[in-house]
Structure formats: C-alpha cells, structure tokens
Design a protein around this ligand. Structure first.
Ligand code: PRT
Ligand code: MG
Length: 213
C-alpha cells in the first residue's frame, strides 16, 4: 500500500492533474466528502487529507509514504528523514514583507528602528531580517497576518502573496520579496528504499507531468 498525504484546497486542486498523469484518481472530493482517507482507482494507493502544515509530519513518521507540501511549510519544519526530489511547480506564490499603506518602511529600516513583525513563518522571517542586519521583534501568529498592522499589533508582516488582492483589500502594500514559493513532493526515505518499485514510477510520472505543465 502507498499512502499520499495532501491538504485540501489549493494543494489538492493542483495535485489532482499530477495524480491523474501518474494514473491515480481519487474516488471522493475532499471538499464534498468528510472522509479523511480517500480510496483511489488503484487498490494499492490511498490519499490522506491533513492540514497543510501537518503533511511533513505524516511523511516524516512514515504514516504517509509521499506528500505534497509548500516550501513555506518545509522551511518551518524539521525535514529529517524527508527526501525532496521534485519542485512540482504548483501552489506558486511569493513570501513577502508587507506594511500598512503610508508606513515608510525604507525610512524605518534606514534609521535602524526595531520593528514588530507578525508572522506564521518565524524561521524564514528571522533569517531574512538577520541577513539584512535588522533587529526585529517577531510575533508568532497562526493566521490572518493581514490584521496585525491594522490593529497596531505589528509594524510589518511576513506572509504569502499570490494575486495581491488580500493585501489591497486591507490597505497593505508589499515592500520586500523574501523568496518565491512553490510546492514540493516529499518522500519518506525509508519507504523509498523498501517500496522503490511502486514509488519510483510515481516520482517519475510526477516529474514528467510537472515539467509538461
Ligand atoms: O488553511 P490552513 O490553516 O489549514 O493551512 P494553510 O493556510 O497553510 O493551507 P492552505 O491550503 O491555505 O495553503 C497551502 C499552501 O498553498 C501553502 O503552504 C502555500 O505553499 C500555498 N499557497 C500558494 C498559499 C498561497 N498561494 C496564498 N496566497 N497559501 C496561502 N495563501 C494565502 C496568504 O497567506 C494570504 O492570506 O492567501 C492570501 C493571499 O492571497 P492573494 O491571492 O490575495 O494574494
Ligand atoms: Mg489557509
């Protein structure tokens, strides 16, 4: 049996065509069904639906053999025991620093102000500001980062931006790009050794599909 861990929403939607290219079709739609384990057209393949940030954990412990996780998630988790053979080129967005419209970020940086920065991505943010030689106070949040500058909780946020609509709707502007983000295939190293005959062809099929798209 091969188990693949996926999160609902954009990752699932973007992974469906890749699974299809590998000859795998889920029997249920996770947006409609309450099932957390989905059977597929292949008797030896099932999908488990978990939170995006839990995907690496499932694969790390071998509860899932493979998974699809955003680089943002992978950078915040310990990747011991994980093999990351492929950038799937899906779930693309950018990790950015954003502030309230009218906040002069450049001037604050220039005068060495100690900014309060709210984010879910504490490791990435810490590294980014350290590289810039900036001292910041990092405030850990679990969601809705956009609210932090509006309520005075923080001067800036570090968050993912794709269309930019969410920033705009909240009178925020992006002032710095930290890095481009996309989703990766992750594989449990031990599973790859033991089940190589089943897993390697899937990796190859994902690779061909990711390149073609
Ligand atoms: O929602 P949940 O708390 O369960 O977890 P999650 O938010 O981590 O999962 P999910 O499914 O929302 O995102 C899964 C993965 O999609 C992330 O780990 C990213 O790798 C990737 N991804 C790609 C994004 C975006 N684009 C994205 N735009 N994840 C989140 N966003 C959010 C962003 O945080 C912001 O709130 O969308 C908003 C901005 O979007 P725009 O289009 O308005 O700019
Ligand atoms: Mg989300």
């Amino acid at each position: 049996m091969i188990t693949i861990a996926l999160s609902k929403g954009r990752i699932f939607d973007d992974t469906v065509p890749l699974l299809k290219a590998a000859g795998i079709t889920a029997h249920d739609d996770p947006e409609k069904s309450r099932k957390l384990i989905l059977d597929t057209n292949r008797a030896d393949v099932k999908l488990v639906i978990v939170r995006a940030s839990d995907v690496p954990t499932y694969v790390q412990y071998g509860a899932a053999d493979l998974g699809v996780a955003g680089k943002d998630v992978l950078l915040e988790t310990d990747s011991m025991g994980l093999y990351q053979p492929l950038d799937l080129n899906i779930g693309k967005c950018r990790m950015m620093v954003a502030v309230r419209e009218g906040f002069d970020y450049a001037a604050a940086v220039k005068r060495g102000a100690r900014l309060n920065v709210a984010t879910k991505y504490v490791q990435v943010a810490r590294e980014h500001f350290a590289q810039k030689g900036m001292h910041v106070n990092l405030i850990k949040l679990y969601g809705s980062m956009e609210l932090a500058p509006l309520t005075g909780l923080a001067d800036a946020i570090v968050d993912l931006v794709s269309t930019g609509n969410t920033l705009k709707a909240n009178q925020l502007i992006a002032v710095e790009e930290i890095m481009p983000i996309s989703s990766r295939l992750i594989v449990n190293r031990a599973a790859l050794k033991v089940k190589r005959d089943q897993i390697q062809p899937m990796i190859d099929a994902f690779e061909r599909a990711a390149q073609a798209s």
